[in-house]
Design a binder for this molecule. Structure first.
Ligand code: NAD
Ligand code: IPM
Ligand code: MN
Length: 351
């Protein structure tokens, strides 16, 4: 089992270190190989996603990713910015299905931004499309007729892109509570009208799943009003990005939400994928030693489950995380005092 480890920038380095310790503590004989991405790679090689890093990822069974983003790079041409590393990996490896589960761990009900009776019901999965939308359309700057500077980004989805993510979402719902909510903005956007039409067509293959549709503005509201109503949510790249950060605070912290980015490629052990916390490089707290590594540790569990066929080891990590939290291994983001390595220690000790 070969895993590429790409810590990236800022707290990406700190949280990945703890997830690697957790994987190593399981002694499964996984070969972990580290490579540079993001601002760190740009500083070392002049490119945020060096060809050797991409080659390592292609030759691996899965990728553990920290985070990219560096304020020093915010003025670079867009193609050289750290964020291009993660966007480039998702696109180059056709990782189009981003699974972002959000669940309240026992004992965390009181740490949510919502009242405990509201937060305790959260057990949802956001299925975010990752290869299309306004992220990958034509973009640029131009001069408007009146001489104004203008920026533009084209939003589009074609039906094959919508169909393949819809299938992933319906299958996920079949394996859960059988409820799918498709989130769009079909009252305004043609991209969303096409999205909705195609999701309805795909639904014919899944009579056992109940499907409804919600506009994204309402979905943002419902996510804080009554998040327990959601089982699986399927949505486009941009809406999924925003709603998943919001869902993280309903759970308690962005430091808790893991993700898997999957495509169609199979490995010898499962489905090839990239695993990362949903948060970024957090320059405001980088180097201070109190970033919460739980999201990355839980991403490592998803890696073991989906790409390496190690469901039992994944269960063990998730159980160890739950126990550590119950025992008070809470970072500052959750109102506790535990530092990054202390939280890693707490999980390793409970494995
Ligand atoms: P961010 O997720 O990095 O941070 C948002 C806030 O949450 C900050 O206050 C941060 O301190 C806090 N936070 C994030 N993760 C935390 C953790 N594990 N423990 C405790 N607190 C945590 O988002 P941002 O500040 O908007 O972006 C910073 C940089 O990260 C930008 O360059 C952005 O492009 C990049 N980014 C990268 C990814 C990725 O690599 N997939 C994801 C999101 C943002
Ligand atoms: C995420 C991030 C990325 C995204 C950025 C860093 C490109 O916010 O993984 O959620 O927008 O997809
Ligand atoms: Mn995001």
């Amino acid at each position: 089992m070969k895993v590429a480890v790409l810590p990236g920038d800022g707290i990406g380095q700190e949280v990945t270190r703890e997830a690697v310790r957790v994987i190593e503590a399981l002694s499964l004989g996984i070969e972990l190989t580290e490579a540079a991405v993001g601002g760190a790679a740009w500083k070392a090689t002049g490119h945020p996603l060096p060809p050797e890093t991409l080659a390592l990822c292609e030759a691996s069974d899965g990728i553990l990713f920290g985070a990219v983003g560096d304020p020093d790079c915010d003025a670079l041409d867009r193609h050289l910015r750290p964020e291009q590393a993660i966007l480039g990996l998702r696109k180059a490896l056709t990782l189009f299905a981003n699974l972002r589960p959000a669940k309240v761990f026992k004992g965390l009900e009181n740490h949510s931004a919502l009242r405990p009776e509201v937060s305790s019901a959260i057990d949802l999965l956001i299925v975010r499309e990752l290869n299309g939308d306004v992220y990958f359309g034509e973009k640029g700057f131009r001069t408007a007729a009146n001489g104004d500077r203008e920026g533009y980004d084209v939003m589009s989805y074609n039906e094959s892109e919508v169909r393949r993510i819809a299938h992933v979402a319906f299958r996920a719902a079949q394996g859960r509570r059988g409820k799918l909510c498709s989130v769009d903005k079909a009252n305004v956007l043609e991209t969303s009208q096409l999205w909705r039409d195609v999701v309805i067509e795909v639904a014919r293959d899944y009579p056992d799943v109940s499907l409804d549709h919600m506009y994204v503005d309402n979905a943002a509201m419902q996510l804080v009003r009554n998040p327990g109503q959601f089982d699986v949510v399927v949505t486009g790249n941009l809406f999924g990005d925003i709603l998943s950060d919001q869902a993280s605070m309903c759970v308690g912290s962005i430091g808790m939400l893991a993700s898997a980015s999957l495509g169609e490629r199979q490995t010898a052990y499962g489905t090839y994928g990239l695993y990362e916390p949903i948060h970024g490089s957090a320059p405001d707290i980088a180097g201070k030693g109190f970033a919460n590594p739980m999201a990355t540790i839980l991403s490592a569990a998803m890696l073991l489950r989906h790409s390496l066929g190690q469901a039992e080891a994944a269960d063990r990590i998730e159980a160890a995380v739950a126990l550590a939290l119950e025992d008070g291994a809470l970072g500052r983001d959750l109102g506790g005092t535990a530092g990054t390595t202390e939280i890693g220690d707490a999980v390793v000790a409970r494995l």
